[in-house]
Design a protein around this ligand. Structure first.
Ligand SMILES: NC(=O)c1ccc[n+]([C@@H]2O[C@H](COP(=O)([O-])OP(=O)(O)OC[C@H]3O[C@@H](n4cnc5c(N)ncnc54)[C@H](OP(=O)(O)O)[C@@H]3O)[C@@H](O)[C@H]2O)c1
Length: 280
């Protein structure tokens, strides 16, 4: 039997744009109440307004997922305003588009703080609360297809996403006997602010516009597609959420045959290098 999501609470980080915002709207359409987090309050207010128009409750917790006490604030706010939470979607994150040798220590540590450590802190603390209260629930992290393979210039980003993926896998095995589901989400290229932010943070011009110019159109999806898949998973829990069977199969191929993958990617790496030279 699918789970009835009506009147259940969900906490979503990184809800001011892209996949987080689309998931918040989709959850509201499914009847859920939502705690929204991100740093840009104006954007969060717009999403909250859309959720309220759908007749659902919402509350904002503005700030960085890395702020001291943010996890407790999110969980407490869900208890105070929604009477608790059924699900948590740890989604806040960003990318870097830089050769590994150019990464400085601070950039590497910061991407792990946001994408991995903050995400683990939230999901682990949420699990502890559910266990204390002897309640069932569903915890999700937004990982990536790049958790399973990587691309040139994505070493740091992929490392954070693979770390999230493995953390979820182990937690799922540990918590299922207590009725707590843990899932990782593996989107492919999605039309969000992600690439713009990645470009800004990396200080290079390899991407023009919203999505990488080398991604074939069949591998580009709108955030709403990911959001729908996440709500489907909330209704009927599964270990991993994928929105492209082809990329999922390719990821398995790449794991089995790393040399073939390297051969294909060598061309890609050469293209990236040439672009950087032109940009400089
Ligand atoms: N787009 C893709 O192709 C793609 C593919 C696979 C996986 N993903 C993953 O999907 C997730 C969402 O990304 P997106 O594609 O939707 O990009 P996006 O539009 O840039 O959304 C990122 C969200 O995270 C928030 N955020 C960033 N740093 C934060 C922080 N320190 N504290 C709180 N919120 C923070 C941003 O809001 P504020 O700036 O307002 O804080 C924004 O709401 C990321 O984890 C990303 O790795 C994306």
């Amino acid at each position: 039997m699918p789970i009835d999501l009506r009147d259940k609470g969900i906490i979503i980080t990184g809800a001011s744009s892209g996949i987080g915002a689309a998931t918040a709207i989709e959850c509201a359409k499914a009847g859920m109440h939502i705690v929204l987090n991100a740093r840009r309050e104006d954007k969060l207010k717009d999403i909250a307004h859309r959720i309220e128009k759908l007749g659902r409750k919402t509350t904002l917790v503005v700030g960085s997922v890395t702020d001291d006490g943010m996890t407790q604030r999110l969980l407490d706010e869900a208890e105070r305003t929604l009477g608790g939470f059924h699900a948590v979607f740890s989604n806040a994150g960003y990318g870097l588009d830089q050769p590994a040798v150019d990464l400085d220590d601070a950039s590497l540590r910061n991407i792990f703080e946001v994408n991995f450590f903050a995400s683990v802190d939230l999901i682990n603390s949420a699990a502890r609360r559910l266990l204390e209260q002897k309640r069932q629930g569903h915890l999700l992290m937004n990982s990536s297809c790049l958790a399973k393979f990587t691309l040139p210039h994505h070493s740091a980003y992929s490392a954070t996403k693979a770390a999230q993926n493995h953390f979820c896998r182990a937690m799922r095995l540990e918590l299922r006997p207590d009725g707590i589901e843990v899932s990782s989400v593996h989107p492919i290229t999605t039309t969000t602010e992600f690439f713009e932010v990645s470009q800004q943070r990396s200080g290079n011009e390899a991407f023009k516009g919203n999505v990488p110019d080398h991604a074939p159109r069949m591998f580009i999806q709108p955030p709403e597609k990911v959001a729908k898949a996440i709500v489907k998973c909330l209704r009927k829990p599964r270990p991993e959420v994928w929105t492209s069977h082809i990329v999922r199969a390719t990821a398995s191929f790449m794991t089995l045959f790393p040399s073939s993958f390297d051969l294909i990617m060598r061309k890609q790496a050469a293209r990236e290098k040439a672009k950087l030279k032109v940009d400089i």
